[in-house]
Design a binder for this molecule. Structure first.
Ligand code: BGP
Length: 467
């Protein structure tokens, strides 16, 4: 639909930015922190150093929050490291870990920035992984206990909570992301079920113990186009969307599995076992909003029914395909970034509308952004006009979605500050703030404002995209 005029961004719109603990904090074993599955990894993509140093945010968080305040952020979405709070996942609580997050949240609030906290962003405690990880039902109880500890300690400071970051990507691509979701496909779908039960119980717990707080899931959501109007391609696209998007959100919001996704699991003998009480637990976990990460759309074609349906080489947005369900296809209408991800701002609007049509809950964007090989120039700046273009195009589409009638709470692009990317190390940067470290030489971690910093600062101040 075209409009003569778009509606403005509402007053109080949460202009924010995002990070995660393991990609920024560093200090991976400081002050009693236990190792997570990420710290325990020994294999990293070639030429990358891993995550142990991050960008030294654990030690520099006050300097970083001051920069976020100068940027004008209204909200900051970060994650809490479970093994910093409970080093072995379900044993002793580490007071120093809780203190760090209390100080961070207090510092944010002192600068007028609303904290938004993710309970788990890929970094399951390694001790739990060694006892079966998400395959074990005891991890469900451990997650609920951990959430209770964190709600008690931080609930007075943090009004918005996210359960599990990108559960769907962990399930589809866990080995690639190093998240500990491993084993055969059947085992992984059982792990998925345990995570869904854990999430539902934690949402119910939040409502009981923090009545003023709001909580929601945080999957990666992408609209899926059929490669052509061939009805077989249309079905393939709908099937992929059911497996990729709706499986997770139907359970989170409606408390039951999506029928198409369940049919996919059943046909392969992968349907998870329900323990007594699971169905009731799923039914009680009602989110207050849906957070979602969006980087790109996808395009699907009818499957051939053999292993050529799967495009094997690439990262999380390139590896596509499910034998007998759909084949990934290229979209000839879209440009690509330096890492071959398709760039689709209008798909962002479509994704908003699909989510709001299905669930009628407020939507919060918790990731969206452009990874690039930024260059620090002699003037101490990064001239990242490409990132400004990307963000401007996506923000314009949020405004279209708002004009379409979608209830959008806020926008937290990835990332507030440079951090270590999942696949390409520190070389692939997303932040508004450049961090001076190389892959293997962490240098001095000095912070530099990029051109996008000043652009986003003006946008937030005006509560509008510059003309
Ligand atoms: C999402 C994750 C983030 C971040 C982002 C960008 O899947 O939630 O943690 O890594 O993708 O991905 P990458 O770093 O691979 O470019």
């Amino acid at each position: 639909m075209q409009y003569d005029q778009l509606l403005p961004f509402p007053a109080g719109f949460l202009w924010g930015a995002s990070t995660s603990a393991y990609q920024t904090e560093g200090a991976w074993d400081a002050d009693g922190k236990g190792p997570s599955v990420i710290d325990a990894r020994t294999q990293f993509p070639e030429g990358t150093a891993g995550f142990k140093d991050g960008v030294d945010h654990y030690r520099r968080f006050r300097e970083d929050v001051a920069l976020f305040a100068e940027l004008g952020l209204k909200a900051y979405r970060f994650s809490i490291s479970w093994s910093r709070v409970i080093p072995d996942g379900d044993g002793e609580v580490n007071p120093a870990g809780l203190r760090f997050y209390r100080e961070l949240a207090t510092e944010l609030r002192a600068h007028g920035i609303t904290p938004i906290a993710t309970l788990m962003h890929f970094d399951l405690p390694q001790a739990l992984q060694e006892r079966g990880g998400w395959a074990s039902r005891s991890t469900v109880d451990a997650f609920v206990r951990y959430a209770g500890v964190v709600f008690d300690a931080l609930g007075d400071l943090i009004p918005y909570w996210l359960t599990i970051n990108e559960q769907n990507m962990m399930i589809m691509l866990g080995e690639m992301l190093g998240t500990g979701t491993t084993g055969g496909r059947r085992a992984v779908w059982q792990q998925n079920h345990h995570m869904l039960v854990a999430q539902a119980r934690v949402m119910a717990l939040a409502h009981r113990s923090l009545p003023a707080a709001k909580i929601g899931p945080a999957p990666n959501v992408a609209c899926v186009y059929p490669a052509t109007p061939d009805p077989l391609d249309v079905i393939a696209a709908a099937d992929f969307s059911a497996i990729r998007n709706w499986l997770y959100l139907d359970v989170a919001v409606r408390g039951t599995y999506n029928p198409t996704a369940w049919a996919f699991l059943r046909a392969r003998g992968w349907e998870p076992e329900f323990a007594p009480g699971d169905a009731e637990a799923l039914a009680t976990g009602a989110p207050d909003f849906i957070a979602f990460n969006y980087y790109t759309s996808h395009t699907a074609a009818a499957p051939k029914g053999d292993d050529t349906d799967i495009r094997a080489n690439g990262d999380q947005h390139i590896v596509l395909g499910e034998e007998g369900v759909y084949r990934g296809a290229d979209n000839p209408f879209l440009e690509r970034n330096e890492f071959n991800w398709e760039i689709d701002p209008i798909g962002f609007r479509t994704t908003f509308r699909e989510l709001y049509d299905r669930y009628r809950l407020p939507l919060l964007v918790t990731e969206n952004g452009l990874g690039a090989y930024d260059e620090l120039t002699e003037d101490g700046r990064v001239h990242d006009h490409y990132r400004i273009d990307y963000l401007a195009q996506h923000i314009r589409q949020i405004q279209y979605a708002i004009t379409d009638g979608v209830d959008v709470l806020g926008y937290c692009p990835w990332s507030a500050i440079d951090l270590v990317s999942t696949h390409q190390g520190i070389r692939k940067r997303y932040g508004f703030i450049y961090v001076d470290r190389d892959e293997f030489d962490v240098k001095d971690f000095a912070r530099h404002r990029k051109d996008s910093f000043f652009w986003y600062q003006r946008l937030i101040a005006a509560n509008a995209l510059p003309e």
